[in-house]
Design a binder for this molecule. Structure first.
Ligand code: SF4
Length: 361
């Protein structure tokens, strides 16, 4: 019952970050970033494994020092997910981490320094056959562009991106993806919209420094959601001031809401009111936790009464409709003879969902 999206994607060139293709209609990939100390190798590996379990496709790691570049090598050997090395200021760290196995390099050429240093990075990336993400942020535009535009505008961001693409192209480097992030939703969205018409490189979307889980998820869902719904964007990160696992969960839910990708249970639940016949909120929250391991896509509706319950249940793989003392439930839109005791809905639903998933395998 999970309908697929009919969004027409913008055409781009294709690059690969390790085993993950990006652009040219490849599935939209989810990225996140570790927030451990990179030199704390074991803790970083553990966090990457948790991100893998949550459904991340690509993980970015900050590499601020040569020690971190050395740690990167050991981390890389212990994880399956492609790793992007995030390097600022020091081109020597960039060279080192490419040699140490980075699947992609993220730089902001504006803070790397002179063209010779950028050339060295580009030659190294060419030799190791990895792509580079030109990551432009509204907060760190090149000085000449800041001077020209006086304040952060989409035009300034776009000029910085295009200038850096041109520079890398001049060095015969084409494996490029691009981000143009700002903490302001409209500034970001507008920049990506302009870029989508001007360049052929895949776009890495994001609303940077979006904030805590609540506000950051809202900003990201609006900004990234607007762009994805217009067919713009090939990979993205939800940036939250939170455990990065939350970033992946929110990202998956953005893709689910747009019917771009299905993974795990899509819960449909009513907001509840005095008509509810069982504890809908408690049931949804508990089942979300219990069923986190499920990757098979499935719509499950949990509705407190018959007002909206029947319609939702008929359109879900599994649905429960609140009725006094014993609620009715549906499988594939068909009402079942068996009823659920309202005090036992969580256990019963979990069993039925897991059984249904077993039968689909
Ligand atoms: Fe209230 Fe029923 Fe609507 Fe849920 S479905 S919000 S319980 S009227």
């Amino acid at each position: 019952m999970c309908n697929k999206s009919s969004i027409k994607r913008r055409k781009t060139i294709r690059i690969n970050v390790g085993k993950i293709p990006i652009g040219d209609n490849a599935p939209i990939s989810i990225q996140s970033m570790t927030n451990t100390k990179t030199i704390d190798i074991n803790t970083t590996i553990s966090q990457i494994k948790l991100l893998e379990k949550a459904g991340v496709d690509i993980v970015r790691i900050s590499v601020p020092t040569m020690d971190a570049a050395d740690a990167f090598k050991k981390i890389k050997k212990n994880v399956d997910t492609p790793l992007v090395a995030d390097v600022h200021f020091d081109y020597r760290i960039a060279l080192k981490v490419i040699e140490n196995g980075a699947d992609c390099l993220r730089i902001n050429p504006g803070n790397i320094g002179n063209k010779l240093r950028i050339r060295q990075i580009v030659d190294c990336a060419t030799y190791y056959n990895i792509p580079i993400r030109i990551g432009v942020n509204a907060g760190s535009l090149e000085k000449d562009i800041q001077k020209k535009y006086k304040k952060n505008t989409s035009e300034a961001i776009v000029e910085s991106v295009i200038k850096n693409i041109d520079l890398l192209n001049k060095f015969n480097f084409t494996k490029i993806k691009v981000s143009a992030k700002a903490s302001d939703v409209f500034l970001s969205v507008n920049s990506y919209r302009i870029l989508s018409k001007k360049i052929e490189q895949p776009l890495h979307l994001g609303i940077t420094e979006a904030g805590s889980v609540r506000i950051g998820s809202i900003k990201s869902a609006i900004g990234i959601g607007m762009l994805l719904s217009e067919g713009i964007g090939d990979t993205f990160r939800v940036s939250l001031a939170a455990n990065p696992i939350e970033e992946v969960k929110v990202a998956i839910n953005i893709l689910k809401s747009l019917r771009i990708r299905s993974r795990g249970i899509n819960f449909i639940a009513c907001p509840t009111c005095s008509r509810q016949e069982f504890d809908v909120v408690g049931t949804v929250n508990e089942l979300e936790k219990r069923l986190e391991d499920i990757v098979v896509p499935m719509d499950v509706s949990i509705i407190g009464c018959v007002v909206n319950g029947l319609g939702e249940a008929k359109n879900s793989t599994i649905g429960v409709v609140g009725i006094k003392t014993k609620s009715s439930f549906y499988i594939d839109g068909i009402r079942q003879k068996e009823r659920f005791d309202n005090n036992n809905i969580i256990e019963n639903l979990e069993k039925k969902i897991r059984y249904k998933i077993g039968s689909l395998k």
